[in-house]
Every structure is written in structure tokens, then in C-alpha cells.
Design a protein around this ligand. Structure first.
Ligand code: XMP
Length: 511
């Protein structure tokens, strides 16, 4: 039986981090909404439960809560921040409501270094992010650590193995955070560990084999990105001769990208169908300037091309897709405005249209775990570490109508930008870097000649998940080299500018 630690999500920005940290310790961890029923929790037979933090106050009218019986099913519970306040509140302690937040580092004084604090120094720096705090403990609890602002910075009910920390052990700024979680998982909850993404994938491979059976076929849309590549490699392990990978080359990819994708995947022995559909996409994009319309056209055309190719293969019953865990977590967090900002192009909706069953080998993995599995399955680092790239490709980085000439111009400028940041050794620090071709001409002078040519905007951002981003502080010398090279080497460009907008209120892509 697989050891599982359930994390009940109260909407903290760190919830996924808790699950990732537990998995890094070698124990499988899953995130469930805070209101998961007792029955469903018992079904998962967890070794322990962690209650995450969250933005609410226990005093809010509709404060998220749990059935108190969950605390007493006989397995250890750890409440972090809001999770701890909730435990204190529902068990009769006193939580003080405060509109002032304590945010940032604080000094923790450990009063009892057994259990979760075992082997930990008596004074450590921890990361706080809370408004409310526990003032009076519920019956049966003792305070096991304090800080200047929190008389109860950690608590324990020894009899029922219920713990709480006001600080966030999952955040790297908490010293010994990993040890605290490790103590909870191994010493308190008695886990043995040994889970790895790779060993997990072995189970997935067996499942796929069983589901697909002896004769059915599977198709997979390869994009050149990590997720679809690892998906394909896993399915290939399961049913080597019955996987068909379709790579739709939209003609909207980066310089040499299509060639590289084809070579890489052929080297990995994937059964690859390369569809060179560039001219089809260009034709449909003719005269189109509106960003949403571009996205819609590209999405539709992609599905059309994919369907045509798939229909040539007989006996296809399954579609493999690279859905990741963050996409399937039933999150309770407030995700910001729900209005549609951009239509994301993907193959969603395809399985129903084509009457295919879905295979999603990565649906329980985080991105860094997918990379780890990919590395072990032999994916080269260019693909593993490549910056994210949008489905509609360069079409949404050419402002205005997309033409072959503009694509060529943008591709070359983009190649130079990426080459220079790789040379400077900063590629992996940047979430995403690319060029945008503007439909703006400006005056310049080259030699004695007046020029009147286009502008390239450089965009480079740092981000954790693409949801928010800030512009990368690329050293001036690197920016200078990029600018000089683009203006000298790319015909039709005489000016380079750097985009210094954060997301929000801007977005990462320009369209
Ligand atoms: P924005 O521009 O919304 O982008 O800040 C956030 C992240 O999403 C990527 N992106 C896309 N990815 N299909 C994708 O697969 C799309 O249509 C799409 N549009 C944007 C973008 O590159 C960034 O990483």
C-alpha cells in the first residue's frame, strides 16, 4: 500500500509547495480541497494529514472549516498557519483576530525539541505570513515554540498527535523547515519513504499497458515542450509499437525548432509523424490582426490538421496528453479575475470530438518531477530546460498581420536574444525570454544612410508559475550585445527596446 500524506487546501499560495516538499522527502502527497468528506479522507488511507494555510480568518462569516472528527481518526495532523488557527478554534482555544499581518522572517524559540523539532537548534529563523494568532490553547495542547509576536508559534497535543505551526516550514526561508516536515512525516507519522517520481512512473506504465490492452493504438500530440515529450516517452515504454506521435509544425516555431524536435524524437525511437503545415496556417492567418482571432484560427487549424493525420491511423482508441498535477488539483484558492484574458490554445476538447479515451500519465506530477522523469528517460537538456512556448507560437509575438517575412525576421532576432542569454549563463534563471516584432517603423541612421525600419521589443521575465511575473534584471552588457547584434544582423530592424512591465497588470506575451 502506497504511503500517502493528504494536504487539505485552505487556499494558501504555498499549498502546492507543502505537497512538493513531502514528495521530495520520498513520501507521496496529494492535495484535496479543505471540505473533502471524512469518508473520502478515510478512503485514501493517509498516514497523516496536513492542513494548509490560507487567506481567511477563523472569524470570517464563511470561514473554511473541517469536520472536527477528521482530527481524531487516529493519524497525526499538522496545521500550518491558518490550519493551526483552525485547529485551535474548533477545539475551544482562542484565536485573536488581527488586521495587521506579520509577514517575513521571525526568530523562533523552540521550547521542546522532541517530535517535530527533534534535532533542531533552539533558536531558528522562520517565515511568517499571518494576521490572526493563537492566544489560548485548546485543552490537551501545549505551546512548543514562541516568537516575539506569537506566544504560541507552535503547539502540540501529544495524546492525539495533533501539531500546529504558525510559521511556514515548507518555505525555504524557514531554517530547518525540511527537517521539521521530515520529523513529522517519519518520526511522528511513521512513514518509511522511498517514493520517487521515477518509481511512480513504473506503476503508471503498468497501468497504461493494462488499460490499452493488446491491440489498441494511442496517439499523442508532440509540441517540442517537456510535458508532451515525457508523456510520449512514458507511453512508449508501455506499448512501444502502438504509439503514434503527431508533431504539427505550424510554421510558427522558433529558428530550427522543428528540425531539432524531429531529430531528438527520432533519436529516442519515437514513432513520429511530422506534419509540415506552415503554409496552411499562414494562409488562414492572412489579413488577421486581432489577437483573439489569431488564437482561435490557430487552435482550430491545429485540431483540423491533427484530426486529419490521426484519421489515417486505424484502430486508435486513446489520446495521450501531458496534463500536470497543478491543472487537476481542485483548488479552493482565489485565482484572480475569472474573465477570459486570453484563449489558451491546446488540444482540449479533442478527445470528445474524436471519441477517444484519455491517457494522462503526468496528472499526478509536478513540473520539476516531470523534468526529473524526462531526464531519466533520456530527454536532452535543451528540451528539459527550454523556456515555455505558447501554442500559437510566434503568431502572437508579431503584432498585427503575420507574414512569412515577418516570421523570418522575428525568428532570427529571437535566436540572437536566446543565444546571448545562454552565452551569459543566465538562461536558466529566466522563466521566459523572447522577442516581439512591432508594426512600428522608426528612423535610424546606418553609416551615412537614413533608415526607416521596424522595432523589436525584448521580453524576459522571472516567474514561478507564469501567473505573476516581473521583468528580468538582465545585465546592461548583455542587453547591449543583443541590441547591437539584432540591429546589425537582422534585416529590417533598426531599433531594439526592452519591456519593463510586470504581470499583472501586463501579461507575459504581448497578445
Ligand atoms: P500570459 O501572456 O498570459 O502568459 O501572461 C502566461 C504563460 O502562458 C503562456 N501562454 C500560452 N501557453 N498556449 C500555451 O500553451 C497559449 O495559447 C498560451 N498563451 C500564453 C505564455 O507563454 C506564458 O508562459
Amino acid at each position: 500500500m502506497r504511503e500517502t500524506i493528504l494536504v487539505l487546501d485552505f487556499g494558501s499560495q504555498y499549498t502546492q509547495l507543502i505537497a512538493r516538499r513531502i514528495r521530495e522527502l520520498g513520501v507521496y502527497s496529494e492535495i484535496r480541497p479543505f471540505n473533502t468528506s471524512l469518508e473520502n479522507i478515510l478512503k485514501a488511507s493517509p498516514k497523516a494529514i496536513i492542513l494548509s494555510g490560507g487567506p481567511a480568518s477563523v472569524w470570517d462569516e464563511d470561514a473554511p472549516s473541517i469536520n472536527p472528527e477528521i482530527l481524531f481518526i487516529g493519524i497525526p495532523v499538522l496545521g500550518i498557519c491558518y490550519g493551526m488557527q483552525l485547529i485551535a478554534h474548533i477545539l475551544g482555544g482562542e484565536v485573536e483576530h488581527s488586521s495587521r499581518r506579520e509577514f517575513g522572517p521571525a526568530e523562533l524559540e523552540v521550547k521542546d525539541n522532541s517530535d517535530i523539532f527533534s534535532g533542531i537548534p533552539l533558536k531558528i529563523k522562520v517565515w511568517m505570513s499571518h494576521g490572526d494568532r493563537v492566544l489560548r490553547l485548546p485543552q490537551g495542547f501545549v505551546s512548543i515554540a514562541c516568537s516575539e509576536n506569537s506566544p504560541v508559534a507552535a503547539m502540540r497535543d501529544e495524546r492525539h498527535l495533533i501539531f500546529g505551526t504558525q510559521f511556514h516550514p515548507e518555505v525555504i526561508h524557514t531554517e530547518f523547515g525540511k527537517e521539521i516536515l521530515s520529523n513529522f512525516v517519519f518520526k511522528v507519522a511513521g512513514c518509511r519513504g522511498g517514493w520517487t517520481a521515477r518509481s511512480f512512473v513504473e506503476g503508471v506504465i503498468r497501468d497504461i499497458r493494462e488499460r490499452v490492452g493488446k491491440s489498441s493504438k494511442v496517439i499523442c500530440a508532440l509540441s517540442g515542450g517537456v510535458d508532451s515529450a515525457v508523456t510520449a516517452l512514458i507511453v512508449q515504454r508501455a506499448i512501444p509499437d502502438r504509439l503514434y506521435c503527431i508533431f504539427v509544425d505550424t510554421g510558427l516555431l522558433r529558428l530550427n525548432e522543428a528540425k531539432q524536435v524531429v531529430e531528438t524524437f527520432r533519436n529516442l525511437d519515437l514513432n513520429l509523424i511530422h506534419v509540415d503545415a506552415g503554409s496552411r496556417f499562414l494562409r488562414r492567418l492572412q489579413g488577421v490582426e486581432d489577437p483573439e482571432l489569431k488564437r482561435k484560427i490557430i487552435g482550430e487549424e491545429f485540431i483540423r490538421v491533427f484530426e486529419e493525420e490521426a484519421s489515417r491511423i486505424e484502430g486508435v482508441e486513446f489520446l495521450a496528453q501531458g496534463t500536470l498535477y497543478p491543472d487537476v488539483i481542485e483548488s479552493v484558492s482565489v485565482k484572480g479575475p475569472s474573465a477570459k484574458i486570453k484563449t489558451h490554445h491546446n488540444v482540449g476538447g479533442l478527445p470528445e470530438r474524436m471519441n477517444l479515451k484519455l491517457i494522462e500519465p503526468l496528472r499526478e506530477l509536478f513540473k520539476d518531477e516531470v523534468r526529473e522523469v524526462g531526464r531519466e528517460l533520456g530527454l536532452p537538456s535543451e528540451i528539459l530546460e527550454r523556456h515555455p512556448f505558447p501554442g500559437p507560437g510566434l503568431a502572437i509575438r508579431i503584432i498585427g498581420e503575420v507574414t512569412k517575412e515577418k516570421l523570418d525576421t522575428l525568428r532570427l532576432a529571437d535566436f540572437i536574444f536566446i543565444e546571448e542569454i545562454k552565452k551569459a549563463g543566465i538562461y536558466n534563471e529566466i522563466w521566459q525570454a523572447f522577442c516581439v516584432l512591432l508594426p512600428v517603423k522608426t528612423v535610424g541612421v546606418m553609416g551615412d544612410e537614413r533608415t526607416y525600419e521596424n522595432v523589436i521589443a525584448l521580453r524576459a521575465v522571472t516567474s514561478v508559475d507564469g501567473m505573476t511575473a516581473s521583468w528580468s534584471r538582465i545585465p546592461y552588457e548583455v542587453l547591449e550585445r543583443v541590441s547591437v547584434r539584432i540591429i546589425n544582423e537582422v534585416k529590417g530592424v533598426n531599433r531594439v527596446v526592452y519591456d519593463i512591465s510586470t504581470k499583472p497588470p501586463s501579461t507575459i506575451e504581448w497578445e
